[in-house]
Design a binder for this molecule. Structure first.
Ligand SMILES: [Zn+2]
Length: 122
């Protein structure tokens, strides 16, 4: 690797920001192709009953979820890996809320949703 004018290692200072931004954009693009580019997202709420860990009162909460519906067609620019992932992809729900607040006016404790289930396959 001696030919041409390109030097290995750190590029000249003036080229740095451009290269950095380009690499970052490529990373983000690849990441997004894994997930959101495959799906149409629709917010929805589901009722769920949880018991407050402080006052022990059971209450119904409206938990926010995001429904990811698989698109009819794979997004343009997808490579072989994305095509394989897209063919296996199925609709699912992702839980948006991670914490809820006790509705008891004498308590009002904020606590984690006592469930590990944050994704539901449809
Ligand atoms: Zn409470």
């Amino acid at each position: 690797m001696i030919s041409g004018g390109a030097r290995p290692g750190i590029p000249p200072f003036g080229l740095w920001p451009k290269i950095f931004v380009t690499n970052q954009a490529v990373c983000i693009r690849l990441q997004m192709m894994d997930e959101r580019d495959f799906y149409t997202e629709t917010p929805e709420t589901k009722p769920a009953t949880y018991v407050c860990p402080k006052c022990r009162q059971a209450s119904e909460f409206r938990i926010r979820w995001l429904r990811r519906t698989k698109k009819k067609n794979i997004p343009p620019g997808a490579g072989a890996l994305e095509r394989a992932k897209f063919s296996k992809a199925t609709d699912y729900l992702v839980r948006v809320d991670s914490q809820i607040t006790c509705p008891n006016p004498r308590c009002r404790k904020r606590f984690d949703i006592p469930s590990d289930q944050t994704v539901v396959l449809i």
